[in-house]
Write a protein that binds this ligand. Structure first.
Ligand code: MG
Length: 389
């Protein structure tokens, strides 16, 4: 790690990953400075974070909340802005070294593209960016000095297992899944499960949207697509294995039959710390560490594609490519939001995603505008399926 303090632009500072990223910035004040904090609507926490970390800039995505944030920070030397164009502009500023993309859903795409255009390093926590537009993003990265470092724990594990290896020696990526809160729930009972049941995740403390995605295992389907684009490995060589203890964060199987695994506590501070340490090296911590003897039994089982059909949806979307993953993501965002407000049942999420995809035509090699159009259309179609099932 070079001695210069790295300026971090943190998009989504008030969410679960954003808050944990600020913990890491606070843990290594000689290495990192919060330069830019961005939140969509959570003004109270954003103001509290800004008063604590004193970033150069703060952006509230929702323009109607601008005056609230500006007035609350008026006594501090912080520039307050609002709106989505301001985010895309701020991440390209010369002072910014690393952009942490921790916002939820499709909203991460535009600012990630802007950051790549400006050659910024990106710690990618917003997996939807690659799910939706992996082909576009990897194409842009190939012509940029940007590096993309995964924050997702599974992809951080792949990255660590692949250090010093040649990609042609990789046989497959083995993506571990906790199985979510409904792993042992009989299929027949799933239809009656409400959001409040799904939000009780056994291992990981995460935001509401990703916790529902974990319950449907859509999250694992997204992570398969994320791995495909991050590491250039076809979906047919990415295997999902359910590992309820969430200690093995993922594995790589090589051509000689050897398997490397990365282990650690189920705590997002670890992958965030690793991603922010790149490309320099690991950041020492006095935080809690794992003792394998506390986990006498690590178990592995096959995922149930019948009970969690969104896994099949994701593999099919990976195979079809084009704008199909974008449709899948958009319909899922709408369906999960509806499920969180108890407007639909658990099994309706899959039905809405599949029906939306079936209604739309695929664009094989999409441009940015194609993704925008596809996202808007899929959201509208999914919304119509909720209001008029
Ligand atoms: Mg993950």
């Amino acid at each position: 790690m070079e001695s210069k303090i790295r300026n971090i632009a943190l998009l989504g500072s008030t969410g679960s990953i954003g808050r944990q990223t600020l913990d890491i910035i606070a843990e290594y004040p000689h290495l990192f400075k919060a330069h830019l904090l961005v939140a969509n609507t959570s003004t109270d926490l954003l103001i509290e974070q800004a008063r604590h970390f004193i970033p150069r800039q703060v952006i509230i995505g929702e323009s109607s909340l601008y005056a609230t944030v500006r007035d609350a920070l008026a006594d501090l030397p912080i520039e307050v802005m609002s709106g989505h164009q301001a985010i895309a502009d701020a991440v390209t500023a010369p002072e910014v070294d690393t952009v942490v993309t921790a916002m939820v859903g499709y909203s991460g795409l535009e600012s990630t593209i802007a950051a790549i255009g400006a050659g910024k390093d990106i710690a990618l926590a917003n997996k939807e960016t690659l799910v939706v537009a992996g082909e576009l993003i990897t194409g842009l990265l190939a012509h940029s000095s940007s590096h993309l470092y995964p924050v997702d724990s599974e992809h951080g594990a792949f990255y660590q297992c692949l250090v010093g290896e040649r990609m042609q020696d990789v046989d497959k990526l083995i993506l571990t899944a906790s199985g979510g809160p409904f792993r042992t729930t009989p299929k027949a009972e799933l239809a009656t499960k409400r959001a409040i049941d799904a939000l009780k995740h056994p291992n990981w403390s995460m935001g509401a949207k990703i916790t529902i995605d974990s319950a449907t295992m859509m999250n694992k389907g997204f992570e398969m697509l994320e791995a495909k684009w991050l590491f250039g490995v076809g979906h047919d060589r990415i295997e999902i294995v359910v590992h309820p203890q969430s200690i093995v964060h993922s594995m790589v199987e090589f051509c000689d039959g050897s398997v490397k695994a990365q282990l650690g506590l189920p705590d997002m501070h670890l992958p965030i710390r690793y991603a922010l340490g790149l490309p320099g090296g690991r950041l020492a911590t006095t935080g809690r560490k794992m003792s394998l003897t506390d986990y006498a039994s690590l178990t592995f089982e096959r995922p149930d594609f019948d009970k969690f059909p969104l896994l099949s949806t994701a593999y099919r979307a990976a195979e079809q490519g084009g704008t199909v993953p974008c449709m899948m993501n958009a319909a899922n965002e709408i369906a999960v939001a509806a499920y969180l407000r108890d407007a639909i049942g658990f099994t309706d999420i899959h039905r809405i995603v599949e029906t939306t995809i079936a209604q739309m035509g695929n664009v094989a090699h999409p441009t940015y505008d194609d993704y925008v159009q596809c996202n808007n259309e899929a959201r509208a179609r999914a919304m119509a399926l909720i209001t008029h099932p």
